[in-house]
Ligand binder design. Structure first.
Ligand SMILES: Nc1ncnc2c1ncn2[C@@H]1O[C@H](COP(=O)(O)OP(=O)(O)OP(=O)(O)O)[C@@H](O)[C@H]1O
Length: 258
């Protein structure tokens, strides 16, 4: 069963074709990595999934229900996805205590929450992302970049998504804390059974977290497959190029035709 299905989706901005007939699926409980250079159309796909951009053609389904267009059914289906923003510094309201930001996001569940239930949920979510729940009343400025990114993850989880879209979630972070955020996503996926579309231009990061990888270039998927198989034997020249740029244990990968 696929949690997310992107079916022959095209995204246009005026004359520019940013996404050109992309199809991909995220199976339930798996992480699919979407990798490609800047401008290849990755964020346009993320934005189309969460309704920030409307595809010119094609369909996107979450749990089997279309999230393209308008109407009650679309709103309902869209509630099952959450986007984690790239920049944890601008993603949180600087004047709002982090607990309040998370509490506000419970609205995306579509249920009514009592004040006590909301407060308990905020404590639970902070605990899940390894932030001391006693710090719920502090402002974002009191937290480091990595901690803020974990808080934005808690806020995304407050909506109880079945699908998380993570768009360049480690790009704005120091290398030293990137691993902690990736490990947290892996842990949450295991514990909560989430399905994740993980977007990054960094193949090393995508490889670390993804069960499957789709390689995107100029708005199209040029190659897709299980992570290890794809990286062991990349069929596409562009995938090989990306791989060559990834340092492996202090050296670069070599290929027979390199
Ligand atoms: N709102 C927009 N209006 C016009 N053109 C856009 C818009 N958003 C993206 N584009 C263009 O669409 C193409 C794909 O961009 P997109 O951001 O989806 O790629 P990306 O792979 O996510 O790149 P990056 O990693 O730099 O964000 C680019 O050529 C970009 O300039």
């Amino acid at each position: 069963m696929n949690a997310l299905e992107i079916d022959d989706v095209t995204v246009r901005y005026r004359r520019e074709l940013a996404v050109d007939g992309v199809s991909l699926a995220v199976p339930q409980g798996r992480t699919v990595g979407l990798v490609g250079e800047s401008g290849s159309g990755k964020s346009s796909i993320a934005n189309a999934v969460v309704g920030l951009v409307r595809p010119a053609s094609g369909d996107i389904r979450v749990g089997g229900a279309s999230v393209v267009g308008r109407g009650a059914a679309v709103t309902q289906a869209r509630r099952r996805t959450q986007l984690i923003f790239q920049d944890p510094f601008s993603a949180l309201d600087p004047l709002m205590p982090v607990g309040a930001s998370i509490a506000e996001a419970t609205r995306a569940t579509g249920r009514r929450w009592s004040r006590e239930a909301k407060a308990a949920r905020v404590r639970e979510l902070l605990g899940q992302v390894h932030i001391d729940p006693a710090r719920a009343d502090e402002l974002p400025a009191a937290f480091s970049g990595g901690q803020r990114q974990r808080i934005t993850i808690a806020r995304a989880l407050a909506g109880e998504p079945s699908v998380l879209i993570a768009d360049e979630v480690t790009s704005a972070l120091d290398v030293s804390v990137q691993g902690a955020v990736l490990n947290l996503l892996r842990e949450l996926q295991r514990d909560l059974g989430l399905s994740i579309l993980f977007i990054s231009h960094n193949l090393a990061v995508v490889r670390y977290i993804s069960d499957e990888i789709c390689v995107m270039r100029h708005g199209r998927i040029v190659e897709a497959g299980e992570t290890e198989a794809l990286l062991r034997d990349p069929a596409d020249g562009y995938t090989r190029e990306l791989l060559r740029a990834v340092p492996v244990l202090g050296r670069r990968m070599e290929f027979e035709d390199a």
